[in-house]
Write a protein that binds this ligand. Structure first.
Ligand code: ATP
Ligand code: PAU
Length: 403
Protein backbone atom coordinates (compact mmCIF):
# COMPACT_ATOMS: atom_id res chain seq x y z
CA UNK A 1 0.00 0.00 0.00
CA UNK A 2 1.36 3.45 -0.75
CA UNK A 3 1.76 5.86 2.10
CA UNK A 4 -0.03 8.92 0.95
CA UNK A 5 -2.64 10.45 3.16
CA UNK A 6 -6.35 9.64 2.97
CA UNK A 7 -8.40 11.50 0.42
CA UNK A 8 -7.63 9.32 -2.58
CA UNK A 9 -9.37 10.66 -5.70
CA UNK A 10 -12.38 8.48 -6.38
CA UNK A 11 -11.72 8.33 -10.11
CA UNK A 12 -9.04 5.77 -9.26
CA UNK A 13 -11.68 3.28 -8.14
CA UNK A 14 -13.74 1.38 -10.68
CA UNK A 15 -17.27 2.82 -11.04
CA UNK A 16 -18.45 -0.70 -11.67
CA UNK A 17 -17.22 -1.89 -8.27
CA UNK A 18 -18.75 1.11 -6.51
CA UNK A 19 -22.11 0.37 -8.11
CA UNK A 20 -21.81 -3.33 -7.36
CA UNK A 21 -21.03 -2.70 -3.69
CA UNK A 22 -23.81 -0.15 -3.25
CA UNK A 23 -26.35 -2.41 -4.97
CA UNK A 24 -25.36 -5.28 -2.73
CA UNK A 25 -25.76 -3.10 0.34
CA UNK A 26 -29.23 -1.75 -0.49
CA UNK A 27 -30.77 -1.12 2.89
CA UNK A 28 -32.24 -2.25 5.20
CA UNK A 29 -32.50 -6.04 4.82
CA UNK A 30 -34.99 -7.80 7.10
CA UNK A 31 -33.71 -10.37 9.55
CA UNK A 32 -35.15 -13.73 10.40
CA UNK A 33 -34.96 -14.98 13.97
CA UNK A 34 -35.92 -18.33 15.37
CA UNK A 35 -34.69 -20.53 18.16
CA UNK A 36 -32.08 -22.21 16.03
CA UNK A 37 -30.48 -19.10 14.60
CA UNK A 38 -30.68 -15.74 12.89
CA UNK A 39 -30.08 -14.67 9.33
CA UNK A 40 -30.32 -11.77 6.90
CA UNK A 41 -33.23 -12.09 4.48
CA UNK A 42 -32.04 -11.05 1.06
CA UNK A 43 -34.63 -8.84 -0.54
CA UNK A 44 -35.06 -5.41 -2.07
CA UNK A 45 -34.33 -2.71 0.49
CA UNK A 46 -37.26 -0.69 1.69
CA UNK A 47 -37.28 2.96 2.53
CA UNK A 48 -39.81 5.17 4.27
CA UNK A 49 -41.31 5.89 0.87
CA UNK A 50 -42.46 2.31 0.39
CA UNK A 51 -42.72 0.60 3.73
CA UNK A 52 -44.24 -2.80 3.22
CA UNK A 53 -46.57 -3.56 6.06
CA UNK A 54 -46.90 -7.24 6.96
CA UNK A 55 -49.76 -9.02 5.20
CA UNK A 56 -51.30 -9.99 8.46
CA UNK A 57 -50.54 -6.99 10.58
CA UNK A 58 -52.15 -8.50 13.64
CA UNK A 59 -48.98 -10.56 13.97
CA UNK A 60 -46.79 -7.56 14.86
CA UNK A 61 -45.95 -8.19 18.50
CA UNK A 62 -43.05 -5.85 19.24
CA UNK A 63 -42.04 -2.40 18.06
CA UNK A 64 -38.78 -0.67 18.91
CA UNK A 65 -37.87 2.90 18.04
CA UNK A 66 -34.60 4.84 18.24
CA UNK A 67 -35.28 8.54 17.93
CA UNK A 68 -32.10 10.54 17.33
CA UNK A 69 -31.36 14.15 16.48
CA UNK A 70 -31.67 13.52 12.71
CA UNK A 71 -33.50 10.23 12.16
CA UNK A 72 -36.05 8.03 13.91
CA UNK A 73 -35.42 4.34 13.26
CA UNK A 74 -38.20 1.78 13.70
CA UNK A 75 -38.00 -1.99 13.95
CA UNK A 76 -41.05 -4.25 14.12
CA UNK A 77 -41.19 -7.93 14.85
CA UNK A 78 -43.71 -9.96 12.89
CA UNK A 79 -44.48 -13.39 14.23
CA UNK A 80 -44.27 -16.21 11.69
CA UNK A 81 -47.78 -17.19 10.78
CA UNK A 82 -46.78 -20.38 9.03
CA UNK A 83 -45.72 -22.32 12.12
CA UNK A 84 -48.57 -24.54 13.40
CA UNK A 85 -48.83 -23.04 16.86
CA UNK A 86 -48.68 -19.38 15.83
CA UNK A 87 -51.30 -19.73 13.12
CA UNK A 88 -53.74 -21.31 15.52
CA UNK A 89 -56.84 -19.31 16.33
CA UNK A 90 -56.20 -20.14 19.98
CA UNK A 91 -53.21 -17.83 20.31
CA UNK A 92 -53.06 -16.48 23.81
CA UNK A 93 -50.62 -14.34 25.68
CA UNK A 94 -48.61 -17.21 27.16
CA UNK A 95 -47.81 -18.63 23.76
CA UNK A 96 -44.16 -18.78 22.81
CA UNK A 97 -43.61 -18.13 19.13
CA UNK A 98 -41.19 -20.04 16.98
CA UNK A 99 -39.78 -17.46 14.70
CA UNK A 100 -40.40 -14.20 12.98
CA UNK A 101 -39.18 -11.41 10.79
CA UNK A 102 -37.63 -8.14 11.92
CA UNK A 103 -38.25 -5.27 9.52
CA UNK A 104 -36.67 -1.83 9.59
CA UNK A 105 -37.75 1.65 8.52
CA UNK A 106 -36.63 5.22 9.14
CA UNK A 107 -38.07 8.75 9.20
CA UNK A 108 -36.53 12.17 9.54
CA UNK A 109 -37.02 13.15 13.18
CA UNK A 110 -38.60 16.39 11.99
CA UNK A 111 -41.36 14.15 10.59
CA UNK A 112 -41.97 12.44 13.92
CA UNK A 113 -45.74 12.56 13.28
CA UNK A 114 -45.31 10.08 10.40
CA UNK A 115 -43.23 7.83 12.60
CA UNK A 116 -45.81 7.83 15.40
CA UNK A 117 -48.54 7.23 12.82
CA UNK A 118 -46.82 4.09 11.55
CA UNK A 119 -46.49 2.81 15.13
CA UNK A 120 -50.16 3.60 15.76
CA UNK A 121 -51.21 1.72 12.64
CA UNK A 122 -49.18 -1.35 13.60
CA UNK A 123 -50.55 -1.29 17.14
CA UNK A 124 -54.18 -0.77 16.11
CA UNK A 125 -54.18 -3.67 13.69
CA UNK A 126 -52.67 -5.89 16.36
CA UNK A 127 -55.23 -4.78 18.93
CA UNK A 128 -58.13 -5.93 16.75
CA UNK A 129 -57.30 -9.46 17.86
CA UNK A 130 -58.67 -8.96 21.37
CA UNK A 131 -57.09 -11.94 23.10
CA UNK A 132 -53.61 -10.77 22.29
CA UNK A 133 -51.18 -9.35 24.76
CA UNK A 134 -50.73 -5.61 23.98
CA UNK A 135 -47.81 -4.58 21.79
CA UNK A 136 -44.86 -3.26 23.73
CA UNK A 137 -42.89 -0.30 22.45
CA UNK A 138 -39.21 -0.16 23.35
CA UNK A 139 -37.74 3.32 22.86
CA UNK A 140 -34.19 4.63 22.88
CA UNK A 141 -32.22 7.68 21.71
CA UNK A 142 -32.81 11.24 22.92
CA UNK A 143 -36.33 11.15 21.48
CA UNK A 144 -37.30 8.36 23.88
CA UNK A 145 -37.26 11.15 26.49
CA UNK A 146 -38.28 14.10 24.35
CA UNK A 147 -41.34 12.32 22.90
CA UNK A 148 -42.09 9.97 25.81
CA UNK A 149 -45.29 11.65 26.98
CA UNK A 150 -46.56 12.01 23.43
CA UNK A 151 -45.90 8.38 22.53
CA UNK A 152 -47.43 7.04 25.74
CA UNK A 153 -50.55 9.17 25.32
CA UNK A 154 -51.10 8.82 21.58
CA UNK A 155 -50.22 5.14 21.29
CA UNK A 156 -51.85 4.17 24.56
CA UNK A 157 -49.33 1.39 25.23
CA UNK A 158 -46.50 0.89 27.65
CA UNK A 159 -43.34 2.62 26.39
CA UNK A 160 -40.16 1.16 27.88
CA UNK A 161 -37.13 3.43 27.70
CA UNK A 162 -33.61 2.08 27.29
CA UNK A 163 -30.27 3.91 27.45
CA UNK A 164 -28.96 4.72 23.95
CA UNK A 165 -25.32 3.74 24.52
CA UNK A 166 -26.31 0.40 26.12
CA UNK A 167 -28.61 -0.26 23.16
CA UNK A 168 -25.85 0.51 20.63
CA UNK A 169 -23.53 -2.00 22.28
CA UNK A 170 -26.23 -4.67 22.72
CA UNK A 171 -27.14 -4.30 19.04
CA UNK A 172 -23.50 -4.37 17.92
CA UNK A 173 -22.67 -7.42 20.05
CA UNK A 174 -25.54 -9.35 18.58
CA UNK A 175 -25.08 -8.36 14.94
CA UNK A 176 -21.35 -9.14 15.08
CA UNK A 177 -21.74 -12.46 16.85
CA UNK A 178 -24.97 -13.89 15.49
CA UNK A 179 -25.88 -12.55 12.07
CA UNK A 180 -24.07 -14.21 9.17
CA UNK A 181 -23.08 -11.84 6.37
CA UNK A 182 -23.41 -8.75 8.56
CA UNK A 183 -19.84 -7.51 9.05
CA UNK A 184 -17.49 -6.58 6.22
CA UNK A 185 -14.26 -4.76 5.48
CA UNK A 186 -13.47 -2.68 2.41
CA UNK A 187 -10.28 -3.11 0.44
CA UNK A 188 -8.90 0.45 0.28
CA UNK A 189 -7.22 -0.18 -3.08
CA UNK A 190 -10.15 -1.73 -4.98
CA UNK A 191 -13.15 -1.01 -2.71
CA UNK A 192 -14.14 -4.67 -2.86
CA UNK A 193 -15.88 -6.00 0.22
CA UNK A 194 -14.76 -8.96 2.30
CA UNK A 195 -17.44 -10.38 4.56
CA UNK A 196 -16.23 -11.54 7.96
CA UNK A 197 -17.04 -14.67 9.87
CA UNK A 198 -19.15 -14.13 12.96
CA UNK A 199 -16.86 -13.38 15.87
CA UNK A 200 -18.20 -15.51 18.66
CA UNK A 201 -15.84 -13.99 21.20
CA UNK A 202 -16.72 -10.49 19.99
CA UNK A 203 -13.00 -9.84 19.30
CA UNK A 204 -12.66 -7.82 22.51
CA UNK A 205 -11.53 -5.20 23.09
CA UNK A 206 -12.98 -3.28 20.19
CA UNK A 207 -14.26 0.20 19.54
CA UNK A 208 -17.55 1.46 18.14
CA UNK A 209 -17.50 4.79 16.36
CA UNK A 210 -21.17 5.65 15.96
CA UNK A 211 -21.63 8.43 13.43
CA UNK A 212 -25.11 9.86 13.81
CA UNK A 213 -25.91 13.58 14.06
CA UNK A 214 -22.85 13.74 16.32
CA UNK A 215 -20.19 11.08 16.91
CA UNK A 216 -19.91 8.79 19.95
CA UNK A 217 -16.83 6.65 20.51
CA UNK A 218 -17.16 3.63 22.78
CA UNK A 219 -14.60 1.09 23.94
CA UNK A 220 -16.06 -2.40 24.43
CA UNK A 221 -14.16 -4.83 26.65
CA UNK A 222 -16.66 -7.70 26.93
CA UNK A 223 -20.32 -8.54 26.40
CA UNK A 224 -22.23 -5.42 27.56
CA UNK A 225 -19.02 -4.02 29.10
CA UNK A 226 -18.20 -0.65 27.63
CA UNK A 227 -17.18 2.95 28.27
CA UNK A 228 -17.87 6.06 26.17
CA UNK A 229 -14.32 7.32 25.65
CA UNK A 230 -14.98 10.25 23.35
CA UNK A 231 -17.18 12.07 20.92
CA UNK A 232 -17.32 14.85 18.37
CA UNK A 233 -19.92 17.35 17.27
CA UNK A 234 -18.57 17.20 13.72
CA UNK A 235 -20.72 14.34 12.46
CA UNK A 236 -23.54 13.41 10.10
CA UNK A 237 -25.63 16.41 11.09
CA UNK A 238 -22.75 18.68 10.12
CA UNK A 239 -22.53 17.27 6.58
CA UNK A 240 -26.30 17.27 6.16
CA UNK A 241 -26.66 20.83 7.48
CA UNK A 242 -23.76 22.43 5.61
CA UNK A 243 -24.62 20.77 2.30
CA UNK A 244 -28.21 21.91 2.59
CA UNK A 245 -26.87 25.48 2.87
CA UNK A 246 -24.19 25.15 0.21
CA UNK A 247 -25.94 23.08 -2.48
CA UNK A 248 -29.42 22.74 -3.98
CA UNK A 249 -29.70 19.11 -2.81
CA UNK A 250 -32.84 18.54 -0.80
CA UNK A 251 -32.13 15.10 0.64
CA UNK A 252 -29.17 13.34 2.17
CA UNK A 253 -29.11 10.75 -0.62
CA UNK A 254 -29.05 13.51 -3.23
CA UNK A 255 -26.03 14.97 -1.44
CA UNK A 256 -24.25 11.62 -1.56
CA UNK A 257 -25.09 11.31 -5.27
CA UNK A 258 -23.64 14.78 -5.89
CA UNK A 259 -20.44 13.86 -4.05
CA UNK A 260 -19.91 10.93 -6.42
CA UNK A 261 -19.67 13.24 -9.42
CA UNK A 262 -17.50 15.97 -7.90
CA UNK A 263 -13.80 16.77 -7.93
CA UNK A 264 -12.69 18.01 -4.53
CA UNK A 265 -9.48 19.47 -6.02
CA UNK A 266 -11.64 22.37 -7.30
CA UNK A 267 -12.07 23.62 -3.73
CA UNK A 268 -9.48 21.76 -1.63
CA UNK A 269 -5.92 23.03 -1.52
CA UNK A 270 -3.67 20.08 -2.35
CA UNK A 271 -0.03 19.69 -1.38
CA UNK A 272 0.75 20.14 -5.09
CA UNK A 273 -1.02 23.54 -5.04
CA UNK A 274 1.48 24.67 -2.41
CA UNK A 275 4.68 22.89 -3.51
CA UNK A 276 4.04 22.96 -7.25
CA UNK A 277 2.39 20.58 -9.72
CA UNK A 278 3.74 17.03 -9.54
CA UNK A 279 5.89 17.99 -6.56
CA UNK A 280 4.86 16.55 -3.22
CA UNK A 281 6.42 16.76 0.22
CA UNK A 282 7.53 13.14 0.07
CA UNK A 283 10.02 13.56 2.93
CA UNK A 284 7.10 13.53 5.33
CA UNK A 285 4.91 11.20 3.22
CA UNK A 286 2.71 13.80 1.55
CA UNK A 287 2.01 13.33 -2.16
CA UNK A 288 1.13 16.23 -4.43
CA UNK A 289 -2.47 14.89 -4.55
CA UNK A 290 -2.84 14.88 -0.75
CA UNK A 291 -5.34 17.38 0.66
CA UNK A 292 -3.32 20.04 2.48
CA UNK A 293 -6.34 22.15 3.42
CA UNK A 294 -10.01 21.27 2.96
CA UNK A 295 -11.76 24.16 1.17
CA UNK A 296 -8.38 25.94 1.27
CA UNK A 297 -8.52 26.96 -2.40
CA UNK A 298 -11.85 28.75 -2.19
CA UNK A 299 -10.63 32.09 -0.90
CA UNK A 300 -7.85 32.56 -3.39
CA UNK A 301 -10.17 31.66 -6.30
CA UNK A 302 -12.06 34.85 -5.46
CA UNK A 303 -15.36 33.39 -6.66
CA UNK A 304 -18.89 33.43 -5.27
CA UNK A 305 -20.68 30.30 -4.05
CA UNK A 306 -22.71 29.88 -7.24
CA UNK A 307 -19.53 29.83 -9.31
CA UNK A 308 -18.43 26.58 -7.65
CA UNK A 309 -19.98 23.26 -8.63
CA UNK A 310 -22.20 21.77 -5.91
CA UNK A 311 -20.73 18.35 -6.77
CA UNK A 312 -17.21 19.55 -5.87
CA UNK A 313 -18.39 21.11 -2.62
CA UNK A 314 -20.26 17.90 -1.68
CA UNK A 315 -17.22 15.73 -2.38
CA UNK A 316 -14.86 18.01 -0.46
CA UNK A 317 -17.09 18.22 2.62
CA UNK A 318 -17.77 14.49 2.69
CA UNK A 319 -14.02 13.83 2.53
CA UNK A 320 -13.28 16.44 5.21
CA UNK A 321 -15.83 15.08 7.70
CA UNK A 322 -15.01 11.41 7.07
CA UNK A 323 -11.25 12.02 7.28
CA UNK A 324 -11.64 13.94 10.49
CA UNK A 325 -13.72 11.17 12.07
CA UNK A 326 -11.23 8.55 10.82
CA UNK A 327 -8.37 10.43 12.43
CA UNK A 328 -10.17 10.95 15.76
CA UNK A 329 -11.10 7.25 15.74
CA UNK A 330 -7.49 6.26 15.16
CA UNK A 331 -6.23 8.51 17.98
CA UNK A 332 -8.74 7.06 20.44
CA UNK A 333 -7.93 3.50 19.35
CA UNK A 334 -4.23 4.16 19.83
CA UNK A 335 -4.72 5.77 23.24
CA UNK A 336 -6.90 2.87 24.42
CA UNK A 337 -4.93 0.08 22.81
CA UNK A 338 -7.66 -1.18 20.50
CA UNK A 339 -7.06 -2.70 17.07
CA UNK A 340 -10.56 -3.40 15.75
CA UNK A 341 -12.86 -0.48 15.02
CA UNK A 342 -16.53 -0.87 14.02
CA UNK A 343 -18.14 2.10 12.30
CA UNK A 344 -21.89 2.47 12.78
CA UNK A 345 -24.57 5.15 12.43
CA UNK A 346 -26.69 6.23 9.47
CA UNK A 347 -24.07 8.73 8.25
CA UNK A 348 -22.22 5.82 6.63
CA UNK A 349 -25.30 4.74 4.72
CA UNK A 350 -23.19 1.99 3.14
CA UNK A 351 -21.77 4.70 0.86
CA UNK A 352 -18.55 3.51 -0.75
CA UNK A 353 -16.72 6.86 -0.69
CA UNK A 354 -17.42 7.31 3.03
CA UNK A 355 -16.35 3.77 3.93
CA UNK A 356 -13.30 4.08 1.72
CA UNK A 357 -12.17 7.30 3.39
CA UNK A 358 -12.66 5.87 6.89
CA UNK A 359 -10.82 2.66 6.00
CA UNK A 360 -7.99 4.52 4.35
CA UNK A 361 -7.60 6.89 7.30
CA UNK A 362 -7.48 4.03 9.84
CA UNK A 363 -5.01 1.99 7.79
CA UNK A 364 -2.81 4.95 6.94
CA UNK A 365 -2.54 6.42 10.42
CA UNK A 366 -2.11 3.05 12.14
CA UNK A 367 0.43 1.88 9.58
CA UNK A 368 -1.99 -0.93 8.72
CA UNK A 369 -2.08 -2.30 12.25
CA UNK A 370 -5.77 -1.48 12.84
CA UNK A 371 -8.91 -2.72 11.09
CA UNK A 372 -12.04 -0.82 10.08
CA UNK A 373 -15.26 -2.88 10.01
CA UNK A 374 -18.68 -1.94 8.67
CA UNK A 375 -22.13 -3.42 9.20
CA UNK A 376 -25.06 -3.92 6.86
CA UNK A 377 -27.45 -2.64 9.55
CA UNK A 378 -25.13 0.22 10.46
CA UNK A 379 -27.91 2.70 11.30
CA UNK A 380 -30.01 0.23 13.28
CA UNK A 381 -27.68 -0.84 16.10
CA UNK A 382 -29.55 1.19 18.71
CA UNK A 383 -33.05 0.14 17.74
CA UNK A 384 -31.96 -3.50 17.44
CA UNK A 385 -30.38 -3.27 20.91
CA UNK A 386 -33.58 -1.84 22.40
CA UNK A 387 -35.58 -4.72 20.93
CA UNK A 388 -33.10 -7.35 22.15
CA UNK A 389 -32.83 -5.97 25.67
CA UNK A 390 -36.56 -6.30 26.15
CA UNK A 391 -37.16 -9.45 24.09
CA UNK A 392 -34.55 -11.32 26.13
CA UNK A 393 -36.08 -10.43 29.48
CA UNK A 394 -39.62 -10.99 28.30
CA UNK A 395 -38.67 -14.42 27.03
CA UNK A 396 -41.45 -15.02 24.54
CA UNK A 397 -39.57 -13.99 21.41
CA UNK A 398 -37.16 -16.62 20.08
CA UNK A 399 -33.89 -14.70 20.21
CA UNK A 400 -31.09 -17.20 19.64
CA UNK A 401 -28.40 -16.77 22.31
CA UNK A 402 -24.90 -15.51 21.56
CA UNK A 403 -22.93 -18.73 21.53
N1 ATP B 1 -32.34 9.67 4.64
C1 ATP B 1 -31.56 10.44 5.41
N2 ATP B 1 -31.98 11.65 5.78
C2 ATP B 1 -31.20 12.41 6.56
N3 ATP B 1 -29.97 12.06 7.00
C3 ATP B 1 -29.51 10.88 6.68
C4 ATP B 1 -30.29 10.00 5.87
N4 ATP B 1 -29.58 8.88 5.74
C5 ATP B 1 -28.44 9.04 6.39
N5 ATP B 1 -28.37 10.27 6.97
C6 ATP B 1 -27.21 10.74 7.76
O1 ATP B 1 -27.31 10.07 9.00
C7 ATP B 1 -27.24 11.00 10.09
C8 ATP B 1 -28.09 10.49 11.22
O2 ATP B 1 -27.58 9.26 11.66
P1 ATP B 1 -28.25 8.44 12.84
O3 ATP B 1 -29.65 8.13 12.50
O4 ATP B 1 -27.34 7.30 13.15
O5 ATP B 1 -28.16 9.50 13.99
P2 ATP B 1 -29.25 10.09 15.00
O6 ATP B 1 -29.69 8.97 15.88
O7 ATP B 1 -30.29 10.83 14.27
O8 ATP B 1 -28.35 11.13 15.79
P3 ATP B 1 -27.84 11.13 17.31
O9 ATP B 1 -27.55 9.69 17.67
O10 ATP B 1 -26.61 11.93 17.27
O11 ATP B 1 -28.97 11.70 18.08
C9 ATP B 1 -27.72 12.31 9.49
O12 ATP B 1 -27.23 13.42 10.25
C10 ATP B 1 -27.15 12.24 8.08
O13 ATP B 1 -25.80 12.60 8.08
C1 PAU C 1 -25.57 13.60 22.02
C2 PAU C 1 -25.53 12.26 21.31
C3 PAU C 1 -25.00 11.20 22.27
C4 PAU C 1 -27.00 11.91 20.96
O1 PAU C 1 -27.08 10.68 20.30
C5 PAU C 1 -24.70 12.30 20.00
O2 PAU C 1 -25.24 13.24 19.14
C6 PAU C 1 -23.22 12.62 20.24
O3 PAU C 1 -22.48 11.75 20.65
N1 PAU C 1 -22.76 13.87 19.99
C7 PAU C 1 -21.38 14.28 20.16
C8 PAU C 1 -21.26 14.98 21.49
C9 PAU C 1 -19.79 15.11 21.90
O4 PAU C 1 -19.17 16.10 21.55
O5 PAU C 1 -19.26 14.20 22.57
Amino acid sequence: MDTHKPGLRHSQISEEIIEQVERQLAEPPSLWLNLTGAQILEEEGQDTKDIVLPNNRSQVTHIAVDIGGSLAKILYYVRDTTSPSSSSSEINEKETDHGGRLSFAKFETSKIDDCINLMRQLIQDHARESRRKPVTVMATGGGAYKFYDRMSKELNVEVIREDEMECLITGLDYLVSCIPGEVFMLNPETCEMTFQEQFHDGKYPHMLVNIGSGVSILKVTGPSKFERIGGSSLGGGTLWGLLSLLTHASSFDEMLELSKKGDNAAVDMLVGDIYGENIGYERIGLKDSTIASSFGKVFRENKKLDEFLPEDIARSLLLAISNNIGQIAYLHAQKHNVKNIYFGGSFIRNHVQTMHTLTYAIQFWSNQTMNAYFLRHEGYLGVFGAFLKYARTENNVPVPPIS
